[in-house]
Design a protein around this ligand. Structure first.
Ligand code: ANZ
Ligand code: ZN
Length: 825
C-alpha cells in the first residue's frame, strides 16, 4: 500500500458517494428509523469550526445508526432568510438573493469536503418560493385557528436593524443580533399566540428526558408560571376599581401604597381628575421612554409620583396612596402592584426613598425582627404572620391559602395563574423574509391571500433603505392588489415574517422536501419525525427550541402530525475556543476549517475535534492535537498495510482455540474495545473516550509488528478496527475497506458485535505488598475470591521470606489488584 494521502483519497470517495447516492434515504415503514439532525446554518459565507464540530457529531451518530441497521434520515439545509443578506445589498448593491445563493454554494462545497453523510436531495432552503409558500400557508393556518393576530402594542424596536424584535430576541435589553439598545415603540404588529400554549409548553418539559436539564430550566424560567391572587381595591374618590396581582397574599395586611405602571388603564383617569395633571403626564412620558431593562433591573433607581388619590385595602379598610412608578411592568399581571415594603425589596427601596409607611406582617421563626432596626425587606418565604387580624400567628404557607380562600369568599379576590411568556411578535419591517400573506381591504379589512395564490412572491423592484416601513412598500407592483373577497382596490401587508418562523418547521419539511401539495405528507412526517437526536448550540435554548416546540404542538392540534414534541433528544455541543476564548474574527483567533482540511484532510479535522473534548464541553484548539490525530490515522494506515497479506488471507471464521496466549490477549483487547466504543457512542456520546480506546487497540496491534500473527486474527482485528473508525473518519476507512475487503462500502456494513467469551481474561497480574511496598508479582485467574487470592500470595517464597519471624498485623486484599501484608517487628 502507498503512503496515506488524504488529498488523494477524500475527493475520490466524496465523488463516488455522491454518484452512487450512498446516503440517499427513503421512508420504509418496515424498518426502524433514526432521524439525526444538526441545526441548519445561516449562509454567512463560510463554515467555522463550530459548524465543523456540530456536523461531525451528527455525522458520527448518523453513520453509527446506519451500521446498527436503522433507516437513517440525515439532512442539511440553510436558514437563508435574514438581515445580513439585506445589509450586503445596502452596502454593496448586490441583490440579497444573489448574495445568499452564492454563500450557500460556497458553504455546501465546504460541507461536502467534510465528507458528511447528508442526503442532499432533501436540502431545504427557507428563502425559496417552494419553501416559503408553505411558511405562508402555515401562517394562514395559525390565523384560521385564531393564533395569529395583529394589534397595536408597545414593542421592542432596534434602530440599528430598523425593525421590531420579539421578546426572546432582546437579551439583557439589547438586540440579539447587533447588541444595540432596544427601545420601545407603539406600533401595530403581527403576533403568534404562543401564550395559549404556555401551560403545555411548560408541562411537557417533563417529557423531554433526553434534553439537558439546563435547557429545560431556561425554558421553564422563560415561560415563568406563577400562582397568585388578583385583589380588587376600591378607589372611592374616582368611583373606580383597581386590580393588583400578588404572589404573596400573606402580606395583604402590610399594604401601605399601590404602585401603577404608567400604562395601567386607571392612570389616564387619575390624571384627568388630578390638579397636577401636567406633572404626572410628564412623569409618565419619562417612564415610557425608559427601556424595560431600566425599569426592571434590581439595581436601577426606583422612581415614582404620588397621584393624590388613594385606594382602599379590602382586607382592613386602610387607605393606601396611589403612586405611578417606573418599576411596575406594563404587561405583566395587571400592571399594578400592592406595595408591601416589609416583604419586597423594590417596595422597600421605594418606601424608604419617598418616606412611605412600613408595616411588618411576617416574623421569621428563628429570630425576632424589629421594624426600626431593619435595613432591608424580609423576603424569605417562611415564618409566622403578625399584624394580620385573624391570620396573626399563622404559618406563612398556610396563610397564603387561608387568605386566598378568605378573599375569594368575600368576593374581592380571585386566584390567578400568570405567565411571564408573552405572545411572539413576528412581523419585521425588513425585505429578506417571507411576506405575510395578508391583504388589507378598505371594505373587508384583513383578508388572507387565498391558498391558490400562494406563495406571495417577494418583489425584486424595491429599495432596501431600513426604516419603520418595510422595503416591500416601495414596490408599487407588490403593494397594490385587488381584495380577494370583494375585488376592491386593496394593499398588501408589507412586513415579512421573523426568520425564526422559517426555522420552526424546517425539520418537518426534510421528511418530504419536494411536496408541492402540502408542507409535508402525513405518513412521511409521522414515519421520520420527531427528530431522534438534535444537535446544536446552547444559544438556541429558548428562541428556536421554544418556537419549534410551539409549532409542533399547533400542528399536532391541527391534525398535521401525530407527535407533540419535535426533538426527542437534544445535545448542546460546547464551543470551539482558541487561546481560551471563542474563535471570532474580531479577536483574530479564527482557524479556518478549509485550511485544516486542505492540509490534513477532513478525517483528521473530524477526528481531532471529536477527540479533543467531550461533545458538550468547550474545546480548546490545539495544533499539536491536530498533528496527533493525523499521526494516529497514519499509524492505522501503516499497521494495516503491514499485515495486508495476512488480512487478505485470513478467514472470517477461523479457529480461535489455535491462538497463542499473546494472540488471545490481543483478541481480548479487541472485544473489550468493541464493547467500550459501542456503549460510548450509543449511550453516552462519549466520542473522545471511544476514540481513545481505539487508539489503545491500535497500540496493542503494533505489539505484533515484529511477530507472527494468526491470519484469522489479523483479519478480525482489521475488519473491526476499520468499522469502528468509520463513523469518525469516513474516507480513510472507506479506502482501507476497499483495499482489504473489497465488497461494498464500509458505511453500509454491520456494526461490530463483541464476544463476551473473548473478553474473559485467562490470567491477571496481582501484586504482593509488604507494608505498602511492592515486593513481588504473580499471574492468577481473575476469578479468585479474596480468600483464594490471599492464600496464593501468602504461599509466595518472597512473602514467606519477608514475613518470617514477624507479627502479621493484618492482610489487605484488593480483588484483581493486590494483597498488602502489614507486619510489625
Ligand atoms: C405583593 C408582594 C409582597 C409581592 C411581597 C412580592 C413580595 P412573580 O413571582 O414573578 O409572578 N408584581 C406583580 N405584577 C407586577 C408588575 N407588573 N411589575 C412588577 N412587579 C409586579 O411576581 C409576582 C410579584 O411581583 C407580585 O407579588 C407583585 O409583588 C409583583 F412581600 O405582591 B407582590
Ligand atoms: Zn374587500
Amino acid at each position: 500500500m502507498e503512503k496515506y494521502s488524504p488529498q488523494a483519497i477524500e475527493k475520490k470517495w466524496q465523488d463516488k458517494w455522491e454518484k452512487e447516492q450512498v446516503y440517499k434515504t427513503e421512508a420504509d415503514p418496515n424498518r426502524p428509523k433514526y432521524y439525526a439532525l444538526e441545526m441548519f446554518p445561516y449562509p454567512s459565507g463560510n463554515l467555522h469550526m463550530g459548524h465543523v464540530r456540530n456536523y461531525a457529531i451528527g455525522d458520527v451518530m448518523a453513520r453509527y445508526k446506519t451500521m446498527e441497521g436503522y433507516n437513517v434520515l440525515h439532512p442539511m439545509g440553510f436558514d437563508s432568510f435574514g438581515m445580513p443578506a439585506e445589509n450586503a445589498a445596502i452596502k454593496h448593491g448586490v441583490s440579497p438573493a444573489d448574495w445568499t445563493f452564492s454563500n450557500i454554494e460556497n458553504m455546501e462545497k465546504q460541507q461536502k469536503k467534510m465528507g458528511l453523510s447528508y442526503d442532499w436531495d432533501r436540502e431545504v432552503l427557507t428563502c425559496t418560493p417552494e419553501y416559503y409558500k408553505w411558511t405562508q400557508w402555515l401562517f394562514e393556518l395559525f390565523y384560521q385557528k385564531g393564533l395569529a393576530y395583529k394589534k397595536k402594542a408597545s414593542v421592542n424596536w432596534c434602530d440599528t436593524c430598523g425593525t421590531v424584535l420579539a421578546n426572546e430576541q432582546v437579551i439583557d435589553g439589547k438586540c440579539w443580533r447587533c447588541d444595540s439598545d432596544v427601545q420601545k415603540k407603539d406600533l401595530s404588529q403581527w403576533f403568534l399566540k404562543i401564550t395559549d400554549y404556555a401551560d403545555v409548553l411548560l408541562k411537557d418539559l417533563d417529557k423531554l428526558e433526553g434534553w439537558p436539564e439546563r435547557v429545560k430550566t431556561m425554558q421553564d424560567n422563560w415561560i415563568g408560571r406563577s400562582e397568585g391572587l388578583e385583589i380588587t381595591l376600591d378607589v372611592p374618590e374616582l368611583d373606580e376599581k383597581l386590580v393588583v396581582y400578588t404572589t404573596r397574599p400573606d402580606t395583604a395586611y402590610g399594604i401601605t401604597f399601590v404602585a401603577l405602571a404608567p400604562e395601567n388603564e386607571l392612570v389616564d383617569k387619575l390624571i384627568e381628575k388630578s390638579d397636577k395633571a401636567e406633572e404626572l403626564k410628564a412623569f409618565c412620558q419619562k417612564v415610557r421612554n425608559q427601556s424595560d431593562i431600566e425599569r426592571t433591573s434590581s439595581e436601577s433607581e426606583k422612581e415614582g409620583m404620588f397621584t393624590g388619590f388613594y385606594a382602599v385595602n379590602p382586607f382592613n379598610g386602610e387607605k393606601a396612596q396611589l403612586w405611578i412608578t417606573n418599576y411596575v411592568v406594563a404587561d405583566y399581571g395587571t400592571g399594578a402592584v400592592m406595595g408591601v415594603p416589609s416583604g419586597d425589596s423594590r417596595d422597600w427601596m421605594f418606601a424608604k426613598k419617598y418616606d412611605l409607611p412600613i408595616i411588618l406582617t411576617l416574623q421569621p421563626k428563628d429570630k425576632e425582627l424589629v421594624l426600626e432596626e431593619m435595613t432591608e425587606a424580609y423576603v424569605e418565604k417562611d415564618g409566622r404572620l403578625v399584624n394580620s387580624a385573624q391570620f396573626t400567628g399563622m404559618d406563612m404557607h398556610e396563610a397564603v391559602k387561608a387568605i386566598m380562600d378568605y378573599a375569594e369568599e368575600k368576593g374581592f379576590g380571585k386566584r390567578k395563574v400568570n405567565f411571564r411568556l408573552r405572545d411572539w411578535l413576528i412581523s419585521r419591517q425588513r425585505y429578506w423574509g417571507a411576506p405575510i400573506p395578508v391583504i388589507n381591504c378598505p371594505h373587508c379589512g384583513e383578508v388572507l391571500v387565498p391558498e391558490e395564490d400562494l406563495p406571495v412572491m417577494l418583489p425584486t423592484d424595491v429599495s432596501f433603505e431600513a426604516g419603520s416601513v418595510s422595503p416591500l412598500a416601495s414596490s408599487e407592483k407588490f403593494l397594490h392588489c385587488k381584495c380577494p373577497k370583494c375585488g376592491a382596490d386593496a394593499t398588501r401587508e408589507t412586513d415579512t415574517m421573523d426568520t425564526f418562523i422559517c426555522s420552526s418547521w424546517y425539520f418537518l419539511r426534510y421528511t418530504d422536501p419536494h411536496n408541492d401539495k402540502a408542507p409535508f405528507d402525513k405518513d412521511k412526517v409521522n414515519y421520520w419525525a420527531p427528530v431522534d437526536q438534535y444537535i446544536g448550540g446552547i444559544e438556541h435554548a429558548i428562541l428556536h427550541l421554544l418556537y419549534s416546540r410551539f409549532f409542533t404542538k399547533v400542528l399536532k392540534d391541527a391534525g398535521l402530525v401525530d407527535f407533540d414534541e419535535p426533538f426527542k433528544n437534544l445535545l448542546t455541543q460546547g464551543m470551539v475556543l482558541k487561546d481560551g476564548s471563542k474563535m471570532s474574527k474580531s479577536k483574530g483567533n479564527v482557524v479556518s476549517p478549509e485550511e485544516i482540511i486542505g492540509k490534513y484532510g477532513a478525517d483528521t479535522a473530524r477526528l481531532f475535534i471529536l477527540f479533543a473534548a467531550p461533545v458538550d464541553r468547550d474545546l480548546e484548539w490545539s495544533d499539536q492535537g491536530v498533528e496527533g490525530a493525523y499521526r494516529f490515522l497514519n499509524r492505522v494506515w501503516r499497521i494495516l498495510g503491514h499485515f495486508e497479506e495476512s488480512i487478505k488471507a485470513g478467514k472470517d471464521d477461523y479457529d480461535v482455540s489455535a491462538l497463542t496466549k499473546d494472540e488471545k490477549e490481543l483478541r481480548r483487547i479487541l472485544h473489550v474495545t468493541i464493547k467500550k466504543v459501542t456503549e460510548d457512542v450509543r449511550d453516552r456520546f462519549m466520542f473522545n473516550t471511544a476514540i481513545s480506546s481505539v487508539m489503545e487497540l491500535v497500540n496493542a496491534f503494533y505489539g505484533f509488528q515484529d511477530k507472527e500473527l494468526n491470519a484469522g486474527l489479523a483479519r478480525e482485528m482489521a475488519v473491526n478496527l476499520v468499522k469502528m473508525l468509520a463513523p469518525f473518519a469516513p474516507h480513510i476507512t472507506e479506502e482501507l475497506w476497499s483495499h482489504l475487503f473489497v465488497e461494498g462500502s464500509v458505511h453500509q456494513q454491520k456494526w461490530p458485535v463483541y464476544d463476551e467469551a473473548a473478553m474473559k481474561q485467562d490470567e491477571i497480574e496481582i501484586v504482593l505488598q509488604i507494608n505498602g511496598k511492592v515486593r513481588d508479582k504473580i499471574m492468577v485467574s481473575p476469578d479468585l475470591d479474596r480468600e483464594a487470592m490471599e492464600k496464593v500470595v501468602m504461599e509466595l517464597p518472597r512473602a514467606k521470606e519477608l514475613t518470617e519471624g514477624k507479627q502479621i498485623v493484618k492482610v489487605i486484599c484488593v480483588p484483581k489488584k493486590l494483597v498488602n501484608i502489614v507486619v510489625k517487628g
